[in-house]
Design a protein. Sequence first.
Length: 227
Amino acid sequence: MNKATLEQYIKLVEFLGKVLGPDYEIVLHDLTDEKYSIIAIANGHVSGRSIGAPLTNLGLKIMAMGSYKHSDYVINYNGASKTNRVLRSSTMFIKDNTEEVVAMLCINFDDSKYVAISEEILKLCHPNELILQNKSYDSVNSVLSDVPENFSESIAEVTETVLNEVLSDKNIPVNRLTQDERLNIVDVLNQKGIFMLKGAVSEVAKQLHCSEPSIYRYLNILNKDKN
């Protein structure tokens, strides 16, 4: 993205943050930089992030799978703040002349206070029973268990988030994983785009209790198998 265009989107982030108000976080990710980091953010208190934070686990997956090639945006999906509040999120893909995505403009809305108010109003009209029957008021924990996007402040955090997703089904301590299991985990992490982040190899090696050369060896094996 050229500098002039970039500056316009940075101004747009500031503008939308002021117009929409403090419950809306506006984020701009520059994907032409190998860090894939936030370069502009308004109302960062919503997710707990700041400039320099990496792309989310969902953003990495979108990049790795090329989902942006079939759409210009994705709207109204769930995200989770660092304080475990459920956010309503939307992302627009900013593309260049070749239709490759060069940036992402994201809006994350914290509607928790409005949900709380609506629950109190419903209680005045129909105490307890209607609230329990209404599926739109599931517990925060049940929603969080199926949240596709987590907002991380560092590469270590986003790596840990994706790695925990992969390990959750195995029920095996990391230090007892076999080489084949580590290879399989690296394959899944690669498909989720985690290695697109600068420094991810080091973080994955640390969290899988193995060396960086081992991770590179696994990636080479996977690339040979695909070829």
